[in-house]
Design a protein around this ligand. Structure first.
Ligand code: CMP
Length: 140
């Protein structure tokens, strides 16, 4: 069934001018971009988005990294796009993410207390609905 997912092109993707390359992969896969916005994330957006990670050792550096410079929030639509985008993205650690994936091909290891891995994608329909409401309240 057609569904929607929330994707973030994180600040490292914007700083490295990889927006076009990442959006190209999303569109080349056949997904439709239905909303797109570049802005610097607010503390409120990040607290809501990363609520599940609160208390973890990388939480503070994660929020700092995500708020340091602009990111691009995207809603993409397609058949099984939630699972499909996570497959395109690759696993969390960019050093070991499979070649062929966004993180595997483009991600690099930084000397930082948090893994900087270019993109976020919702992990379930429930997360997608919650995250779309955070970044694009107008889409409900
Ligand atoms: P993501 O999976 O999009 O959302 C949580 C983020 O926290 C993850 O990307 C990484 O950027 C970061 N992260 C997750 N696990 C670790 C870890 N073990 N060490 C450092 N950073 C992490």
């Amino acid at each position: 069934t057609t569904e929607r997912t929330l994707i973030l092109l994180k600040p490292d993707a914007v700083e490295r001018a990889l927006r076009g390359e990442i959006l190209r992969r999303i569109e080349a896969k056949g997904y439709t971009i239905v909303a797109l916005a570049q802005r610097t994330a607010t503390a409120e957006e990040l607290a809501a988005h990363y609520a599940e990670h609160e208390g973890k050792p990388f939480y503070a550096p994660l929020v700092e990294y995500m708020a340091a410079s602009p990111l691009v929030a995207v809603v993409a639509e397609g058949e099984r796009v939630i699972e499909g985008f996570r497959s395109l993205a690759g696993t969390t650690d960019p050093t070991t993410a499979a070649p062929g994936t966004i993180r595997g091909d483009l991600g690099r290891q930084w000397d930082a207390p948090v893994l900087q891995n270019l993109v976020h994608g919702s992990d379930s329909p429930e997360s997608a609905a919650r995250e779309i409401a955070i970044w694009f309240p107008e889409l409900g």
